[in-house]
Design a protein around this ligand. Structure first.
Ligand SMILES: O=c1ccn([C@@H]2O[C@H](COP(=O)(O)O)[C@@H](O)[C@H]2O)c(=O)[nH]1
Length: 280
C-alpha cells in the first residue's frame, strides 16, 4: 500500500493542532542563554528539551540542520535522534537543510532526507530551486514515492532574496512566480492538499501580485525575531492564508529552557495565529 501523502498528513495535523511550526535552531547564543555549553552535550540537551516540550503539541517541528552540522558527525547523530523522537511524539518534521544541486547529486540529497530507511528521514525537506526547478526532479519523485514533501524556496523572508526572486524573466514573470507555478502544477488535483509547498516569508508585505494558490502548503518564516507578527499573515497571504504554516524559531526558543515556558510561548503564538486566520 502506498504511504499517505505528506500534504494529507499535514492538513490533518494543521486541523487538529493548528498550523504553527516551531523551529529547532540551537544558536550558540541560545545555548548560552539556556545555561548550556556550546558543544554536543549542550546541543543534545537543547534539542531534547524542545522535542519534549512541543512535539506532542504543535503540528510541525523544523530542525535547522546548519546548527547540528556545525558539530560534525556527533551533531548529525543528535539531529537523527531529534527527528526520530519528534516524529514518535506525533509532530511532523520539516528538515530545514535547503539542499539544491545538479539532478544526479540532488538524487543523493533526496536519499539522505527522504529515503524510506534513511537515518534522517523527514516528513518534508526544504530545497533550493536556483539550479533550475527541474534539478529538483529526483527529490520530487522520491518524496512522492515515500509519502514525503518538499518546501521550495520561492520568496524567502530575508531582504536579500528579492534580487533573485523578484527578477523578471524573458516571459515577463518573476523568478519567484515561476517557482510557484511549478508547484501548482506539481499539486494539481491533489486533495485535500498537495505535498509540494513553497517557502514564502511572512516579512514580505503585500504579495497580491503573486499567485499563492498552489494547492500546497506555504511555509512562512519570519514571525518573531525577524519582525513579522501573526497579525501580518492575512495581509501577506490573502486568501491563501488557510494553507500557511507559520514558522517561529527564536521567538519561542528564547523562553527556554523551562518546558512550561516554551509551551506557553508556543501556545500564545498558536492562539494569535488562529485568531488571525479566522479573521481573514
Ligand atoms: O526564507 C526563509 C527560509 C528559511 N528560514 C529559516 O527559518 C528559521 C527562522 O528563524 P527565526 O529565529 O524565527 O528567525 C531559521 O531556521 C531560518 O534559517 C528563514 O528564516 N527564511
Amino acid at each position: 500500500m502506498s504511504p499517505e501523502p505528506f500534504g494529507a498528513r499535514l492538513r490533518r495535523a494543521m486541523d487538529e493542532r493548528g498550523p504553527l511550526c516551531v523551529g529547532i535552531d540551537p544558536h550558540a547564543s541560545l545555548l548560552a542563554d539556556w545555561g548550556l555549553s556550546d558543544d554536543v552535550a549542550g546541543l543534545e540537551r537543547f534539542s531534547r528539551t524542545v522535542v519534549e516540550a512541543l512535539a506532542g503539541r504543535v503540528a510541525v517541528l523544523k530542525p535547522q540542520s546548519a546548527f547540528f552540522e556545525r558539530f560534525g558527525s556527533r551533531g548529525i547523530a543528535v539531529l537523527e535522534k531529534s527527528v526520530e523522537e519528534a516524529r514518535e511524539a506525533g509532530a511532523l518534521v520539516v528538515m530545514d537543510a535547503k539542499r539544491g544541486d545538479i539532478g544526479s547529486t540532488m538524487a543523493a540529497y533526496a536519499e539522505t532526507f527522504l529515503g524510506k530507511d534513511a537515518p534522517l528521514f523527514s516528513d518534508a525537506l526544504t530545497v533550493s530551486p536556483y539550479l533550475g526547478y527541474g534539478s529538483l526532479r529526483p527529490a520530487v519523485e522520491l518524496a512522492r514515492e515515500n509519502g514525503a514533501g518538499l518546501f521550495v524556496l520561492a520568496l524567502t523572508s530575508n531582504p536579500e532574496g528579492g534580487e533573485v526572486q523578484h527578477a523578471v524573466r524573458g516571459d515577463g514573470r518573476t523568478v519567484g512566480a515561476t517557482m510557484l507555478a511549478h508547484l501548482a502544477a506539481e499539486n494539481a488535483a491533489q486533495t485535500p492538499l498537495g505535498s509540494f509547498g513553497a517557502v514564502v516569508g511572512a516579512t514580505l508585505g503585500d504579495l497580491s501580485s503573486y499567485d499563492l494558490d498552489i494547492n500546497g502548503p506555504l511555509l512562512a518564516p519570519g514571525i518573531g525575531a525577524q519582525g513579522a507578527t501573526a497579525a501580518d499573515l492575512a495581509g501577506v497571504f490573502g486568501a491563501a492564508v488557510r494553507n500557511v504554516v507559520p514558522n517561529v524559531s527564536r521567538g519561542v526558543l528564547r523562553h527556554g529552557p523551562d518546558v512550561l515556558a516554551l509551551r506557553e510561548s508556543a501556545d500564545r503564538f498558536a492562539e494569535e495565529i488562529r485568531a488571525a486566520v479566522e479573521a481573514a
